[in-house]
Design a protein around this ligand. Structure first.
Ligand code: CP
Ligand code: NVA
Length: 309
């Protein structure tokens, strides 16, 4: 049966470990310049309702590295943009390509697509979740720490799609998640409840200083996500105490790392000084999108990476 990746918990902890292991192997092959065309002749359709730099380029280059091909599909240039139904598009594309990645405004669009697609569907970001980002982030932290169990991540600011995926990922990694957000900008209750019901330690507080105390990792994301542009002024007002700056970083342990999924708005959710500082690992995160997604594509399209490769 085909497997989709709409949420980070569509894989279990063993699959996560195996994807991260494969991603590290793929990174070594890429860095050594060793060919690894394990998806020769395979195609990935990529539908983007919203803008993208990292997701688009990493999936496209990833398919090229693997000897396959990626198609960038703008809904405005497709019949989708003229009213063709998602379920019809899904069934037709599945007869041409080996997997589909979609970035959509509404999570329900991706769910509907997956329901009708007979090939694997990957969530490239929705209003609710961003599992590919968190997959690459987990790889990035594994490179630094090895075992992630018991590490604490402090999420500072808007409890958005990336935050929701981080909370769910704690079910697989055993990490503790402490979210500091103002009222009205907290992660979804259903997501927090689901993680807690599975045994995760998730706290949601108002004070960023409380969240970063004892944290191994500080994480933030833009205050105005794609689709939230009309709320810009009120978001900036509500979130202004939630900047990761050197003063907040000084409240965390001295070795704490700083993460951001990017794009960043320096001077809003993070200062230039912190982003460019020695504790920031944002470029490693961005790079690992490529390696982690290649491992994911191999698993979904070919059942995994051959062990001798
Ligand atoms: N982090 C991330 O998904 O970046 P893009 O929006 O550039 O794809
Ligand atoms: N929360 C951001 C993530 C961008 C990668 C957004 O949805 O726009």
């Amino acid at each position: 049966m085909k497997k989709d990746f709409l949420s980070i918990i569509d894989i279990d902890e063993y699959e996560l470990e195996s994807i991260v292991t494969d991603a590290v192997r793929l990174k070594r092959l890429k860095c050594a310049g060793t060919a690894h065309e394990l998806l020769r002749g395979k195609s990935l359709g990529m539908i983007f309702e919203k803008a993208s730099t990292r997701t688009r380029v990493s999936f496209e280059v990833g398919m090229t590295d693997l000897g396959g091909h990626a198609l960038f599909l703008n809904p405005q240039d497709m019949q989708l943009g003229r009213g063709e139904e998602i379920r019809d598009t899904a069934r037709v594309l599945a007869r041409y390509v080996d997997a589909v990645m979609i970035r959509a405004y509404e999570h329900a669009t991706i769910e509907e697509f997956a329901r009708y697609s007979t090939v694997p569907v990957i969530n490239g970001l929705s209003d609710r979740l961003h599992p590919c980002q968190v997959l690459a982030d987990i790889m990035t932290l594994s490179e630094r720490f090895g075992d992630l169990r018991g590490l604490k991540l402090a999420w500072i600011g808007d409890g958005n799609n990336v935050c929701n995926s981080w909370i769910l990922s704690s079910i697989l990694t055993g990490m503790e998640i402490a979210v500091a957000s103002p009222p009205g900008y907290r992660p979804k209750d259903a997501v927090v409840d689901q993680a807690r019901a599975a045994g995760s330690r998730v706290s949601v507080v108002t004070d960023p200083e409380e969240a970063v105390r004892d944290a191994d990792v500080l994480y933030t994301d833009i205050w105005v996500s794609m689709g939230d542009e009309r709320e810009r002024a009120e978001r900036l007002r509500a979130l202004k105490r939630y900047t990761i700056d050197s003063r907040l970083l000084a409240r965390a342990p001295p070795n704490a790392l700083v993460m951001h999924c990017l794009p960043a708005h320096r001077g809003e959710e993070i200062t230039d000084e912190v982003m460019e500082g020695s504790q920031s690992i944002v470029w490693d995160q961005a790079e690992n999108r490529l390696h982690a997604q290649k491992a994911l594509l191999l698993r979904l399209i070919a059942g995994g990476m051959p062990s001798a490769e």
